[in-house]
Ligand binder design. Sequence first.
Ligand code: ASP
Length: 579
Amino acid sequence: MTWRTHMCGEPTAALVGESLILSGWTARRRDHGGLVFVDLRDRSGVTQLVINPEHSPEAAELAHGIRNEFVLRAEGELVARSPETVNPNMPTGEVELKVDSLELVSRSTALPFQLDEENVDETLRLRYRWLDLRRDKLQRNIRLRAQMVGIIRRTMEEAGFLDIQTPILFKPTPEGARDFVVPSRLQPGRFYALPQSPQILKQLTMVAGFDRYYQIAICFRDEDLRADRVQEITQLDVEMSFPDQELLFELMEQMYARIWRECLGIAIETPFVRLTYEEADRRFGSDKPDTRFALELEDATEATRGSEFGVFAGAEAVRFLRVPKAFSRGELAKLEELAKEWGAKGLAYLVFDGGEVRSPIAKFLSEAELAAFAGKDGETLLFAADVQEATSRVLGALRLHLGREVDLIRDDDFTFLWVTDFPMFRREEESGRWAAEHHPFTRPTKEWEGRFHTEPKEALAHAYDLIVNGNELGGGSFRIHEPELQAKVFELLGMTEAEQRSKFGFLLDALAMGAPPMGGIALGIDRMTMVLAGEPNLRDVIAFPKNQAGVDPMSGAPSDVTDEHLVELGLARLEEPAG
Ligand code: ASP
């Protein structure tokens, strides 16, 4: 038996008069007492079936019992619709299948939600993900993701990168998150860690002489979930020996240009803009600036050194945004609320409106200060006065908010950029220890190679991130291939020699046996799909995601194990699982 001669999205006027077989799902059924209309759907689209009791009484009998999402097989002649019933919004809207015979292939129980229903509770959608995935939007997102991954693979293969699979059961690999651990039955009391990234392993493929590696790798990070984070991240993971930053950047740029061209028909501009971390922070108050709009931060620290306004005079940094709008009092109060949420103590402003300056602080400011700000009519200057880092945080966030609020962003723009020369280390708040800003295998820039340990706060890393529209797509670095240098970084991170050996002895040994210079990058596939699809919900670009509590409402994972199983693993329970 033939299930289908065509897909449901294919019938057009050119096929009128032919007999067709279609199989698919009932998207909609309209029962007019006599005639029954069924929209039959498969992955390619929808065709309207017409079932006429006079033409085929058996089919009509069956059709009365059909409900949404029943699977049908229909045979009949493709006919042209009468002009008044043509649907110009449907690719198959000029035709319909006049059904000769109809087969009910499988039924559906009552649906927990209709496919065209809006605002369905997300837990319900995840619980019945197979249904949810039938919706147009999710079909599109998942297909787009597959198309993109196909292009990525082709680009990497053409450039001579080899797909090498690395293990999932491994040792802790530091990327700054908590590890997922898996108990070992054969080695009771011992645990594997799921890799936070294949970082060390990909470096070992370079030591092993493979020269160019890539993998679509899943990385496991036991993080508290926020709206934009998942615990299983899929990334394009790349490494090359004898690395050349220009070559790597260009390859990535070509790859993105190809993805955008083939998936969306959009030409993106290459080469991408490059900013150093210092410049990105200075101009945009962010290490992942959205550069679709200007609204750059300006500095007034010098101009306000002797200010009578104490808040300005005493602050490490005074910076401001020049917004092309004269805000009302109410609007300013709302902005101040937001600024406070981001850690500001207040929000000083100057509104240049109708030849006047509206501002509670204007009376403290000298002519010279006002002249230095050079506000124009119809502008508002919004100030942050604090330590440098806090002014970046507040104004960076305010800038993004205003970009949307004052409508400075064009949604169909894609602005890619590289941010380079990141700080190498940051101080951990709680322990006061130095931590690697990227990961501990990242090498310092040339200038810092010999002295990163003397001024860790200032030291710069040969690390880069790729940003699009204010989203970090991923990042990478050049690596340390000298065992002594690696040990020195470990030492600065507070690791004793014994710890270095037990955690990373195998890496240090490998680096001591002829390691080539190496560098690479990892780019998030989930995030890339979100941007490509214009999809704000991270979970909607993943076929089977977990919810924000790390639970899969569909399968119920994570689930309990039996006491026997625990005994085998050498584990004991401290707590009964909830629920
Ligand atoms: N392993 C890094 C990460 O997962 C990327 C890299 O340095 O290549 O973020």
